[in-house]
Ligand binder design. Structure first.
Ligand code: SF4
Length: 307
């Protein structure tokens, strides 16, 4: 084994920071408050800095708790079996073999929601879309439109940075045949809801990759405070659905801007974009071309206020 490829230490040895017993995702970590607890005793810059720091800390804590989750017996068995048996090409890797947390800065303005980690991609490297063909397509496009520092993603220590973008998935464990069950999707949803709540102060747009992610994400947006139309909008490549945000004085809602603009009236909204998934089936057949993907990412980045 090449120890340098082990992303977070030995994949199957306990990390003292991560629970080793079953974690109930219906009771996720209480997020740290992003607001000062008392009157403004510090300069505004210091408060803003403390708030950002608290948010980063809460998201880091959430990521660690996700990494210890064992709520879906079928997925736990599969991810760990894959980590033991490995693919021959990766025989010298220590697979991550755990739930894969979101990747990207805590103050992201744009979120990309996929489906679930790949058995020999994210489940091997421990980072979203890292080490697989789907990730090759996604990160190349993010780099092309100026949202990533490099076009490749091969391991957690490859130096990749995302600019204003975070990547997550509605199911955090690699499923057999890339197909989580509806029950597993629903069991994992509280993690996505908590992530959305922590990102909410800055989040302005989301790109959802594929119909499965769309069906999983819309209820999570609603649970996290945005208003999702009824009946729920259908998935489609290029679909754009503006969601009205929650009211609130804490930076997580109005009154600071109409949907997608960050203007001066109404609650802060969220623009949700549909995009075909970057799966090999879609990219090899030309159903999703690099240009189509770049177009959606550019439009979503513009809606999010990213340069
Ligand atoms: S899929 Fe989600 S809820 Fe199920 S075990 Fe993995 S992290 Fe936990």
């Amino acid at each position: 084994m090449d120890a340098s490829k082990a992303p977070h230490g030995s994949a199957l040895s306990p990390d003292p920071a991560i629970p080793t017993t079953a974690t109930d995702p219906t009771t996720p970590a209480a997020p740290a408050s992003a607001s000062p607890s008392g009157p403004a005793a510090h300069p505004p810059e210091a408060c803003a800095s403390a708030s950002a720091s608290a948010s980063a800390s809460a998201l880091d804590m959430l990521d660690r708790r996700v990494g210890g989750c064992r709520a879906c017996p079928r997925l736990v068995a599969w991810r760990e079996e894959v980590a033991r048996t490995k693919r021959a090409a990766f025989a010298d890797w220590t697979y991550w073999g755990r739930p894969v947390p979101g990747f990207g800065p805590p103050d992201a303005r744009l979120l990309i929601v996929g489906l679930a980690p790949a058995a020999h991609g994210g489940n091997r490297t421990g980072r979203m879309f890292t080490g697989g063909r789907s990730g090759d397509v996604l990160y190349q496009a993010l780099y092309d439109v100026g949202l990533a520092s490099q076009p490749t993603a091969v391991s957690v220590d490859d130096g990749l940075e995302l600019y204003g973008v975070r990547i997550t998935s509605p199911v955090h464990c690699a499923p057999p045949a890339n197909k989580p069950t509806p029950g597993e999707r629903d069991t994992c949803r509280p993690w996505l809801v908590q992530e959305l709540k922590l990102l909410r102060p800055t989040l302005r747009a989301v790109v959802v990759l594929g119909a499965f992610g769309w069906q999983a994400a819309l209820p999570a947006f609603a649970e996290a405070g945005w208003t999702v139309p009824r009946p729920r909008p259908a998935f489609g490549h290029g679909a754009r659905v503006p969601l009205v945000g929650p009211e609130g004085p804490d930076g997580t809602g109005g009154p600071v801007g109409p949907v997608g603009t960050g203007g001066t009236e109404g609650p802060v909204g969220l623009d949700v974009f549909g995009c075909f998934h970057v799966s090999q089936r879609n990219t090899f057949t030309g159903r999703l071309t690099p240009e189509m993907l770049r177009d959606v990412l550019r439009t979503a980045a513009g809606a999010a206020g990213l340069p």
